[in-house]
Ligand binder design. Structure first.
Ligand SMILES: Cc1cc2nc3c(=O)[nH]c(=O)nc-3n(C[C@H](O)[C@H](O)[C@H](O)COP(=O)(O)OP(=O)(O)OC[C@H]3O[C@@H](n4cnc5c(N)ncnc54)[C@H](O)[C@@H]3O)c2cc1C
Length: 294
C-alpha cells in the first residue's frame, strides 16, 4: 500500500490483524486500519485514499465478513466510532457506525416500535442498510425512509425507492457508495411492550444460535422455500470440521471458530457443505457472508 499521512486526530493502526475485528476472528493484517470518530474524518480519509490511489474497504463491526488470511493490502476504515443519533416523534436518524442492537434498545426506551427485529443483530446501521439485514419476518427495508451516502466528495441522499432492496441486498452492493447515515420511520408504542418483543427475539437467538463461539452469522442465504440450516442438518453435516472451523452443533446454518480457525478453513468447509447439500437436494446454497480478497 502506498504511504499516506492523515491528521493526528484520526486513529490509524498499521499491520493491524483483522482477526481482532472480525466477529469470526479470522483474517490476516490490514496494511492500515482507521477508526474515524466524526463523519468529517471519514470523508477526509476516503478523499485521501482516492487521491493517493489507496484501496480501501469500509466496515462496520465486521460481523458478515471473511477477511483473507493474508489480510488486506489497503486501508480498512472501521465506522464504529461514528455514533450520532437524533430521535424524533416518528423515527430516528443514525450515523453508519451506530450499533443496531443499541439502536433497537434505545428505540424501545423512546416508545418507538419497528426495530425490535434488529435487537441482537451485531452489526452497524451502515452494514445493515448495505445488507438489508433482517430477522423474524422483518428487515431494514420495512423501516428505512432514506439514507445519506458519500460519492466522491459529495454527500447525497437516497430515498427509499432508490435502494432497490431485495433479500440481503441493496443498491449499495452494486454502487459501493458509503452509507453515512440512515433515517428510519418508527411507530409510537408502549415501551414495555416494545422491550418485551425485542427480548423475545433476543432470547430466541440465545437459545438457537451458537453465540458462545466466534461466528459470522448465517453462512448461507436462505434458499427459496427452504432453510439453509435445516438442509445442512438433514445432510448430516452438523459438527463437521475443517481445521478450527466447525459446522455448529447448535445451529447448522452457522460455522463457528472452535479455536485457531483460518478463513481458508471456513471457505473449505463451506465448499464441502455446498457440495453435500447440492448432491442430496439439488439446491446450491449461496453464501451470505462476504469474502474480502487480499
Ligand atoms: C451472531 C450473529 C448473528 C447475526 N444475525 C443476523 C440476522 O439476524 N440478520 C441479518 O441480516 N444478519 C445477521 N448477522 C450478520 C450481520 O450482523 C449483518 O449482515 C450486519 O448487517 C452487518 O453489519 P456490519 O456492521 O457488521 O457490516 P460488516 O460486516 O462490517 O460489512 C458488511 C458489508 O457492508 C459493507 N458496509 C459496512 N458499513 C458500510 C457503510 N457505512 N457503507 C457502505 N457499506 C458498508 C461492508 O463493506 C461489507 O461489504 C449476524 C451476524 C452474527 C455474527
Amino acid at each position: 500500500m502506498r504511504e499516506f499521512s492523515v491528521p493526528e486526530n484520526i486513529k490509524i493502526l498499521k499491520n493491524e490483524p483483522l482477526s481482532r475485528h472480525s466477529s469470526i476472528k479470522t483474517g490476516g493484517p490490514a496494511a492500515a486500519a482507521a477508526f474515524p470518530k466524526t463523519i468529517q474524518a471519514l470523508i477526509h480519509l476516503v478523499r485521501l485514499a482516492n487521491e493517493r490511489g489507496v484501496r480501501y474497504l469500509v466496515s462496520g463491526n465486521a460481523t458478515n465478513l471473511l477477511f483473507d488470511d493474508r489480510g488486506f493490502d489497503g486501508l480498512v476504515i472501521f465506522t464504529g466510532g461514528l455514533r450520532g443519533v437524533t430521535w424524533s416523534a416518528g423515527g430516528v436518524t443514525a450515523d453508519c457506525g451506530v450499533s443496531l442492537t443499541a439502536l433497537a434498545r434505545d428505540a424501545a426506551a423512546h416508545g418507538l416500535s419497528g426495530l425490535e427485529f434488529a435487537y441482537g443483530i451485531p452489526g452497524t446501521v451502515g452494514g445493515a442498510v448495505y445488507m438489508n439485514a433482517g430477522a423474524y419476518g422483518s428487515e431494514i427495508a420495512d423501516i428505512l425512509l432514506s439514507s445519506d451516502y458519500l460519492r466522491g466528495d459529495d454527500v447525497l441522499t437516497r430515498g427509499y425507492c432508490a435502494h432497490e432492496f431485495t433479500y440481503r441486498s441493496s443498491i449499495y452492493r452494486k454502487t459501493g457508495d458509503i452509507v453515512i447515515r440512515a433515517v428510519f420511520t418508527l411507530f409510537p408504542g408502549d415501551p414495555a411492550e416494545i422491550r418485551a418483543r425485542a427480548k423475545t427475539y433476543m432470547n430466541a437467538r440465545r437459545e438457537k444460535q451458537p453465540l458462545e463461539y466466534p461466528n459470522a452469522g448465517s453462512i448461507f442465504k436462505r434458499p427459496p422455500g427452504a432453510y439453509a440450516g435445516a438442509l445442512i442438518e438433514e445432510a448430516g453435516l452438523k459438527g463437521l470440521r475443517q481445521g478450527g472451523a466447525e459446522v455448529s452443533e447448535k445451529h447448522a446454518g452457522f460455522i463457528v471458530n472452535r479455536g485457531g480457525a483460518t478463513t481458508e478453513d471456513v471457505l473449505r468447509l463451506m465448499e464441502t457443505v455446498r457440495e453435500a447439500v447440492f448432491k442430496k437436494t439439488g439446491i446450491l446454497l449461496e453464501p451470505e457472508v462476504i469474502r474480502v480478497p487480499y
